[in-house]
Write a protein that binds this ligand. Structure first.
Ligand code: NAG
Length: 327
């Protein structure tokens, strides 16, 4: 009897340790219960391709909104991520570019496919956090803002895309820590599902680099539509926010309440896409150019704005929820 118990305990511990849980972070909302942040994607080009102009306007809007943090949807350093923790691109494309006082907040960052072409461990390293305290980049993690107002699920989407494994052309990807891929993806999906299922937050927001729905160059990401989207639907996710396509885009959904937001206009854009979408009713914004997005939220309201390179508002969208009454 006792032996069985010991065995069960040891075996149980072993099983638990095989399933890596997503790290959790907390960000307290303002005393009035509001939360405001900017979202930027596809940016690190040493200021070129209007990266500096976008940064300047982020500083202005960030000040106006008194933002709490910034989210980066990945492709942080072009063309091939960072070579190591001492790669000067970290300063030249991040620290020395987003210099406005309002942007001296925590940055919550995921990796894009271009980041995977460099040394991934470098971007995840605490050494970068020491060099610039704003930097926080993990493969996947959960951010609870509030308490219990909004829960953000940051998902490492690059390993989902089969093409990078089977048809990587001349690119070399750093898959250290990802292989065997099937285990990695299964574990990640299990963790995202249980996180979404257990979440008591008013708003659920999922952030990844790759698109689920997009009328841009890259279009929809089939693997995410198959493996991730069903959980977003099942657990009533409010927003899916991504980069990857170098544009600003808002696609709503006629079959669920999920809003698909692309903020990938951090630097090089103007791909010549007209944003044609099979259901024009769902297409709320397609801007083939640079810019960024802001989110302002309370327990009951959510306001989104997209800005161009001049800081002019291109598109606004709002929704609200009733406060659930305690019985
Ligand atoms: C920078 O932004 C301006 C204004 O949108 C645009 O006309 C110009 O082409 C952009 N430059 C680049 C390199 O994208």
């Amino acid at each position: 009897m006792e032996r069985t118990l010991v065995f069960t305990l040891i075996f149980g511990l072993f099983v638990v340790s095989c399933v890596a849980e997503l790290q959790r972070f907390e960000h307290t909302a303002k005393p009035d219960g509001s939360l405001r942040f900017l979202v930027l994607g596809d940016w690190g080009r040493r200021g070129l391709y209007n990266q500096s102009l976008v940064a300047l306007q982020m500083g202005v809007i960030g000040e106006k909104l008194d933002i709490d943090f910034v989210i980066s949807t990945g492709d942080n350093f072009y063309e091939n991520g960072l070579t190591g923790v001492d790669d000067p691109a970290f300063h030249e494309s991040f620290t020395d570019i987003y210099t406005a006082p309002s942007l001296q907040k925590q940055w919550y960052t995921v990796l894009g496919n271009h980041d995977y072409r460099g040394n991934v461990e470098a971007q995840l390293s605490p050494i970068l956090r020491k060099m610039d305290g704003r930097w926080l980049c993990l493969r996947s993690f959960i951010l609870n803002a509030g308490p219990e107002m909004a829960e953000f699920f940051f998902v490492d989407t690059t390993p989902f895309v089969s093409n990078y494994f089977t048809d990587s052309e001349e690119h070399v990807y750093d898959w250290n820590g990802i292989l065997p891929r099937k285990n990695y993806l299964n574990n990640l999906l299990t963790e995202v599902e249980s996180g979404l299922r257990d979440s008591t937050a008013k708003w659920k927001i999922v952030v990844g680099h790759h698109t689920i729905k997009s009328a841009g160059q890259h279009g929809n990401t089939h693997e995410l539509a198959v493996h991730l989207l069903p959980f977003l639907r099942a657990y009533d996710v409010d927003l899916y926010i991504n980069g990857h396509d170098h544009c600003l885009q808002h696609i709503s959904s006629i079959e669920s309440g999920i809003q698909f937001m692309t903020s990938g206009g951090g630097s090089r854009a103007w791909r010549g896409d007209d944003g044609t979408w099979n259901n024009p009713q769902e297409m709320k914004l397609y801007h083939d150019g640079q810019g960024f997005m802001s989110v302002e939220m309370t327990q009951t309201e959510l306001h989104i704005k997209f800005y161009d390179v001049f800081g002019d508002v291109l598109h606004k969208w709002s929704t609200s929820k009733q406060l659930s009454l305690a019985i």
